[in-house]
Structure formats: structure tokens, C-alpha cells
Ligand binder design. Sequence first.
Ligand SMILES: *Cc1c(COP(=O)(O)O)cnc(C)c1O
Length: 240
Amino acid sequence: MNDPRAAQLAANLAAVEDRITTACVAGGRKREDVTLIVVTKTYPASDVRLLAELGVRNVAENRDQDAARKAAECAGLPLSWHFVGQLQTNKARSVVRYADHVHSVDRLRLAGALSGAATAAGRELGCLVQVALDAESGARGERGGVAPEEVGEVADAIAAADGLRLDGVMTVAPLAGAYAGQPRAAFDRLMEISARLRETHPAANMVSAGMSQDLEHAVAAGATHVRVGTAVLGVRPRLR
Ligand SMILES: *Cc1c(COP(=O)(O)O)cnc(C)c1O
């Protein structure tokens, strides 16, 4: 490999693969039961292209403007695009053009906007309910997400909406509250919420949890999808 960036991404990817495999072995899980989603936010489309060449099949973005541009530049590559950021309803129409999954559905109005946009585009969009484990009932988390008590209501709305498919739940380990610094406990709680959800929506079995710092805890808890940015692409140039 002559391109130094390609070599760097390959090495980072191999290290992350190793961590996921080790965590799977430790937890008695099959490697193929955990999907790696590489979070490419702030990095250029050229990196996305290299990742695709290295075998990555799932990428995630958290800002519609960047994501829309990159997805267009990477059209034709065998990639699934995941949207993982806080989303305004007026971006729904753009997001459904390229996203296969939105992990950050956290209110009825957003589900409604995504449904309208997906239906108009003739697409089916996979949706995950983002859970804010540190949010009080009736409030949203600082980084988005619904309080655990409200997951059912948002999930039912997604399941009933045209153009949307309820795929599961997502969380970001909280920085504040009872779960601060306790990623394993946070992810165990998410698994309980997922189990409860699957009682009424058995197909909604995606559990999106774990990032560069805590992916082992997420795999141990039972996550089906880990979202890894920094450990593959490097420390992001700008904080977002
Ligand atoms: C940026 C981001 C990630 C990846 O975080 P890293 O620490 O860089 O691995 C995962 N999930 C969400 C929602 C993000 O915004």
C-alpha cells in the first residue's frame, strides 16, 4: 500500500477489528453478531472511499450538510449510511435521500417528518430510538435522546409510520448523572430497554452502543452495532 493514509487507516482498522474480536471472544459472542460502523464525521470523502476499499460497509455521519455532500461524492460505493447526530425536522428530506438508518430519532415530530420525507422519496428508512439515560421523564438529553420511559411511545409511532421501519435503540454513554463514568452499567440498562421493546416489536433488534473509548463494554453488554470514529480515523481536527 503506497498511500500513507490508506496504510494508516488499514492499521487502525485492524486494531479496532482486533478489539471487537477480543471483546466478542471474552463475551462468548460471534464476531458476525457485531457490526462495525465507522463514524467519518469531519473527515473527507477520500477517507470514506479508502475505508470502502478496506472492506468497511457501514459509515456514519452526524451533520446533514457534510453527510449529504460526502454520500453524493461516494455514490456507487457499497456503503450503508447511518445518521447518528441530532436532527432538525427541516433536514428530514435531505437525510432520507442518502441514509439507510437514522439512529437518533428522539421525538414524535421528527418521526413524522422522516415518515413524510421517506414516503415522498419512495424509500423505507430504518429508525432507532435514541435513549438519553440521563434524561428525566419529559425532557430530552443534552446530546439528544428520549428519557427511558418515553421510548415506547416514540417506538410505537415509528412502527406505525409509513416509510419507516423500527430497527432498535441507540445510546451514547452519559457524561452526567448516575451513569457518568459507568459505560457498562449504561449499556446494560440499554439492553434492558431493548429487551422490553422487543416484547412488542420483536424485529427491532438493533442495539447501537459503544464508541472508540468504550466499545468493549458495549460488546460485553450485547450491542449489535458499535460506532467508532477516532480509533479508526484519528483525533478529529475540530470538536463538534
Ligand atoms: C462521533 C460519534 C461517535 C464516534 O465517537 P468516537 O469517540 O470518535 O469513536 C459515535 N456516536 C456518535 C453519536 C457520535 O457523534
